[in-house]
Design a protein around this ligand. Structure first.
Ligand code: FCB
Length: 456
């Protein structure tokens, strides 16, 4: 499709924004009483993060948030999704509250409001206070109580200044990348998945407990959760691969969405985990707590996956990989219909719940070029193509009646990409980490025009 042939309006009131996360951008790792997080510990452990990169400075957003918000305003953002660093609020995770930490987010929220940007706050984007890890982290059920208390403190402090709340970001990643593969903090390796499944259960439980706190706090903004989700397709033409794709979909997507939206785990997958001896113990009342009700579901979508039936591939008997299309610099397949497909399948399975894309984007090896007058430019054509294709295809869901309400591009600016450190650039704003100079890439100017026109 040529861009000038397009005329795709999004529905009135559609919420356009960008997303970031505290550990990835804030830096100021020991400022104003902030405690240590598991990502500080992990990134300071040799060999864990590419290039030995840490979050100590990152984009120094903690000190530069006013200029960052000014740039968001200039670029026409309607909403901004950020996360709150638990160790700034409660440095040891469970003890005294650090008012200076709350002040930072109070000021950020005020700054966003003054700029006419809706603040969207995520409570947990993976930076668990390290002292809680010493007590077992998310393996320890009592950490759920600590999370609910932390959530309540933040709800009370920020109140209705925040326009939308998200409890957890991608519990699948926190559980499985952190406790099966060990490539994310806290770096626990357990290929049986038993540890990861217990962690996942506790993350879900703590989500439900936080929602309960939220309702009792009497706030009115919508609250939800952000799940990483992907469409799955069979790798081959066999019935076996088709079944494998369905199972992989349920294990990857429904394992989280179904408890939250319906208060139950997918029974077929649970039976497989039970048979393998890795099903977590589900306490009385847990599922009701988890499924007590959210106002919207956030979907983080980057790619699709292909599945092959493989009896040797663990209890799900599905081998999952990327498709054959061209790739981003993360090695993720570029698949134009990923956003569209997941919105369609989620709304078919869970009709009625408002859906937001809370992350979508792509990393490419951007280069800064200089105009004759010396001003920097980043001609990130690949990213524009990626985003345009996702948004064009996703527009189809409106005709199908899908309640798709908003889109948050990952990411506002280049940042600390977890185990890849600063080597991967997802931003529509380029960050020179030496000088901390921000340069809007061509994609930022393009996205501004999309937000302005409310469509393509
Ligand atoms: C998601 C994370 C986000 C970012 C993107 C690229 O899994 O939520 O922090 O790293 O991937």
């Amino acid at each position: 499709m040529r861009q000038d042939d397009l005329d795709l309006r999004y529905p009135e009131g559609f919420l356009w924004g960008c997303a970031t996360a505290s550990f990835q951008i804030e830096g100021a790792h020991d400022a104003d009483g902030r405690g240590e997080s598991i990502w500080d510990r992990f990134s300071h452990t040799p060999g864990k993060v590419e290039g030995g990169d840490t979050g100590d400075l990152a984009c120094d957003h903690y000190h530069r948030f006013r200029e960052d918000v000014a740039l968001m305003k200039e670029l026409g953002l309607k909403a901004y999704r950020f996360s709150i660093a638990w160790p700034r609020i409660i440095p040891d995770g469970s003890g005294a509250v650090n008012e200076a930490g709350l002040d930072f987010y109070r000021e950020l929220v005020a700054e966003l409001r003054a700029a006419g940007i809706v603040p969207v706050a995520t409570l947990y984007h993976w930076d668990l206070p390290q002292p809680l890890q010493e007590r077992g982290g998310w393996l320890n059920r009592s950490v759920c109580d600590c999370f609910a208390r932390y959530a309540r403190i933040v709800f009370d402090a920020l109140g209705d200044g925040v326009g939308m709340w998200i409890t957890h970001n991608e519990p699948w990643c926190a559980a499985f990348l952190g406790h099966e593969k060990g490539v994310h903090a806290p770096g626990i390796v357990d290929p049986t998945m038993k540890t990861a499944l217990l962690v996942a259960h506790h993350l879900l439980l703590s989500h439900g407990m936080a929602v309960r706190e939220y309702r009792s706090a009497g706030l009115s903004a919508p609250i939800g959760i952000a799940l990483n989700m992907a469409p799955f397709a069979p790798a081959g033409n066999s019935a076996g691969d088709a079944e494998a794709a369905r199972r992989a979909y349920r294990a990857g997507n429904d394992w989280f969405a179904m408890p939250v939206l319906r208060g139950e785990y997918p029974a077929d997958i649970a039976a497989r985990y039970q048979a393998a001896g890795i099903m977590p113990t589900v306490g009385q009342g847990d599922m009701a707590t988890i499924g007590a009700g959210i106002d919207f579901l956030g979907i983080n979508v980057y790619f699709r996956q292909l599945a092959t039936h493989d009896p040797a591939a663990g209890p799900i008997e599905a081998r999952v990989e990327f498709g054959p299309g061209s790739r981003t610099s993360m090695g993720w397949e570029i698949y134009a219909r990923a956003t569209r497909d997941i919105l369609i399948s989620v709304s078919a399975e869970y009709p009625g719940v408002d859906l937001y894309v809370t992350e979508n984007g792509a990393a490419f090896d951007d280069r800064v070029e200089y105009e004759p007058d010396g001003s920097p430019r980043v001609h990130d054509k690949d990213r524009i193509t990626f985003l345009r294709d996702q948004l064009c295809q996703a527009h189809e869901v409106f005709a199908a009646g899908v309640p798709f309400k908003g889109y948050f591009l990952w990411s506002f600016m280049d940042n600390f990409e977890w185990a890849y450190g600063y080597s991967k650039r997802f931003g529509i704003v380029h960050v020179d980490y030496e000088s901390q100079r921000r340069t809007p890439k061509d994609s930022a100017l393009w996205y501004r025009s999309v937000m302005e026109a409310n469509g393509l």
